[in-house]
Design a protein around this ligand. Structure first.
Ligand SMILES: [Zn+2]
Length: 140
């Protein structure tokens, strides 16, 4: 939200490595800033961490879940109040800057009627199909 990057514009690239790492590229200056989380929730707020474990356990009571929900806002505020340098390791790195995204037209899936980016559409009997609908077709 802060950067204005979106999946739709193709300037938000998601890589599921299971890490809290964010890389920002300025295409004009070619500056690259990489932020990686320095502290886990366990380190920031051990008490919250315990509430979370209780709330997500098989034996969680309604009270355990309520305690967890009530503490979430407090933890969010605690994180927002932290010094950025304490929360993140900040580095300027060399990175091969990704090619600029192309904007694709949307087409309608002939099966479910939902819109899909044209480059992700499949063609079945001369009509566009989204991947889930096309997969159902290919399984037959
Ligand atoms: Zn479909």
């Amino acid at each position: 939200m802060v950067t204005g990057c979106t999946f739709g514009k193709g300037n938000l690239i998601f890589k599921d490595y299971g890490k809290n790492v964010y890389t920002f590229v300025n295409r004009t200056s070619e500056d690259v800033l990489r932020l990686s989380l320095n502290k886990s929730i366990d380190e920031i707020d051990p008490e919250f961490s315990n509430l979370r474990k209780k709330a997500f356990s098989q034996k969680a009571s309604k009270q355990d879940k309520a305690n967890f929900e009530n503490q979430k806002d407090e933890l969010s505020q605690k994180i927002l109040d932290m010094d950025a340098a304490e929360l993140f390791k900040m580095e300027s790195i060399d990175l091969e800057i990704p090619e600029e995204a192309r904007i694709f037209a949307s087409v309608k899936c002939s099966k479910c009627g939902e819109f899909i980016a044209e480059h992700r559409a499949r063609v079945e009997n001369g009509h566009f199909a989204c991947i889930p609908c096309f997969s159902e077709y290919s399984r037959n």
